[in-house]
Design a protein around this ligand. Structure first.
Ligand SMILES: Cc1cc2nc3c(=O)[nH]c(=O)nc-3n(C[C@H](O)[C@H](O)[C@H](O)COP(=O)(O)OP(=O)(O)OC[C@H]3O[C@@H](n4cnc5c(N)ncnc54)[C@H](O)[C@@H]3O)c2cc1C
Length: 491
């Protein structure tokens, strides 16, 4: 597994020993930005909260992020406005502003104020930039046109700028949120994996250490780890790469946070000054999970672009992570169907969870505490009552077609069983009726697992990735992340 820059030199936050059969007001599964923000808000309001995470604090997408907590999110606002009324885009911006303000207060000196840029190279990106400018201004953001020259001395052709956004270290932030939750009386169990979740007759969370009960259970697991509500079908799992470089010689680190239009989510940002070294981060190569013929090649493509374009020296770390995009481009937050409000979740931040997640936490907190709708902020009421529009259905149908194509392609390219022993670091798939047998060799050990749906080999992470629901598994079949809650069977 790849590990992000932020996890280096960070000692894990100490949790408390797991107590089987313990009862809490709220059990939160997931110690990323969603789970931790929700835990802090609830615990500080006097609610008895337990947080349970399979790994450690900030280990998921949160720790993989590059730390831009910005209201100018590449081309997001233009994409939203293309399919939704202006009022919804304004509510989205207001929600993210509320999330950002909350983070700014929590992060203190650990975050820097920076200008965020969405930029394009060449006339072909002009109309995309116009759409971003119009949507952002309509939603009340004081965007300005800018043509600065500080992206490695190569002036972008045209840039839109929004001042006063935040650059932060997401793992340091996660640690301080965990500590704030603990200080407010929350319980934290790390290294405890949730295997099943039930809403009725009461909230019950099964783990590999025993069961824990909560009046409410919040699934803050990136995507909900249950089939209930079929949220894995209502979202796309998108994987991205990030690479950290030392800055070259005495070159000055570019001061802004840069997202380029017309690319696969490419952004450039330096860590906050509290990080203490001259480092430049690039992220990009976004693609549906399990769709890349070679993850190594995707990451290398991003690294080559960075070396050619930016003032970078030695590479320090390279990692990937995944986030989820809802078909209507607005995060999904709320209660799961048929759970009487006991099972709640938040997902679908489309690569911009650092500001969306605290906003989601505010909504989850108000709903759990029973704050009446009229006492909630306007953005929460607007987002909470949005409707599906035809374009959302179109995106859903497009995504369903992509998955059907992925299944057909995977079956067509799978070898008939039995397959030969894969070379070191490689994986091969074969068909077993409608099932997939996946065989890999890692450190001389050849292992086979069996899945009900196609898998593709991730040559960088050395994992089995599902192009169907975005779940990922270790070579021995252990679930790593995604909608699946169970491991794969051994072949
Ligand atoms: C490369 C990359 C760069 C990004 N950069 C930015 C950025 O600059 N700005 C921005 O706003 N967003 C960015 N994002 C998106 C952002 O990181 C996510 O939207 C956000 O972190 C999601 O947070 P989360 O808490 O919902 O999920 P996660 O952080 O993934 O947390 C989920 C937690 O649930 C736990 N979990 C899962 N299953 C189980 C289980 N069965 N049992 C127990 N625990 C479980 C996991 O261990 C994990 O800790 C980036 C994403 C990537 C991949």
């Amino acid at each position: 597994m790849t590990s992000s820059l932020w996890h280096r030199d960070q000692t894990p936050v100490d949790g408390t020993p797991f107590e089987p059969d313990a009862r809490h007001d709220v059990v939160i599964v997931g110690a990323g930005i969603t789970g931790l923000s929700t835990a802090v808000m609830l615990a500080e309001a006097g609610v008895d909260v337990a947080i349970v995470d399979a790994g450690h604090v900030g280990q998921g997408a949160t720790g993989a992020s590059v730390g831009m907590a910005s209201l100018l999110q590449g081309t997001t606002l233009a994409a939203l406005r293309a399919h939704h009324p202006a009022g919804l885009v304004t509510a989205y911006v207001d929600a993210n502003r509320a999330g950002q303000d909350w983070l700014a207060e929590r992060a203190g000196a650990a975050a820097d104020r920076r200008t965020a840029f969405t930029f394009g190279r060449g006339l072909s990106t002009d109309s995309a930039l116009d759409a971003v400018r119009d949507a952002a201004r309509e939603a009340g953001l004081p965007l300005r046109e800018d043509a600065p020259g500080d992206l490695g001395g190569r002036t972008p052709v045209r840039a839109l700028a929004l001042d006063d956004q935040l650059a932060l270290d997401p793992v340091a932030l996660s640690r301080s949120l965990a500590q704030a939750a603990l200080a407010a009386g929350a319980t934290l169990h790390t290294g405890v994996r949730v295997t099943d979740v039930h809403a009725l007759p009461s909230g019950r969370v099964g783990t590999d250490h025993g069961t824990v009960f909560g009046d409410t259970v919040v699934l803050a697991t990136g995507t909900p780890i249950t089939r209930r509500g079929l949220y894995d079908l209502k979202t796309r799992a998108l994987r991205s790469w990030a690479i950290a470089f030392e800055t070259e010689g005495d070159a000055e680190t570019p001061g802004g946070m840069w997202s380029e239009v017309g690319t696969d989510g490419r952004s450039v940002v330096a860590p906050p000054s509290s990080f203490g070294r001259g480092v430049l981060l690039v992220t990009g190569a976004r693609h549906p999970v399990g769709s890349a013929p070679s993850e190594v090649a995707l990451a290398e493509g991003l690294a080559t672009w960075a070396r050619r374009t930016l003032p970078v020296g030695a590479e320090i770390a390279r990692w990937s992570g995944q986030d989820y995009q809802s078909h209507n481009l607005v995060p999904f937050i709320g209660g799961m169907p048929r759970s009487l409000g006991r099972l709640r979740f938040a997902t679908g931040y489309a690569g911009w969870g650092l500001t969306n997640a605290p906003a989601a936490a505010m909504r989850l907190t108000d709903e759990i505490r029973g704050v009446s709708r009229r006492d909630r902020p306007r953005w929460m009421r607007t987002i909470g009552t949005r409707m599906t529009v035809p374009a959302d259905l179109g995106r859903g149908i497009g995504e369903a077609a992509r998955r059907v194509g992925a299944v057909a392609e995977a079956f067509a390219s799978a070898a008939p069983a039995p397959v030969r022993r894969p070379a070191e670091g490689a994986g091969l798939v074969s068909r077993q009726g409608l099932r997939t047998a996946a065989v890999s060799t890692i450190e001389g050990q050849t292992r086979a697992v069996v899945a009900p749906a196609p898998l593709t080999w991730n040559d960088a992470e050395r994992s089995w990735d599902s192009p169907v629901d975005g779940s990922r598994y270790a070579p021995d079949g252990t679930r790593l992340e995604g909608a699946a809650s169970a491991d794969l069977g051994v072949g």
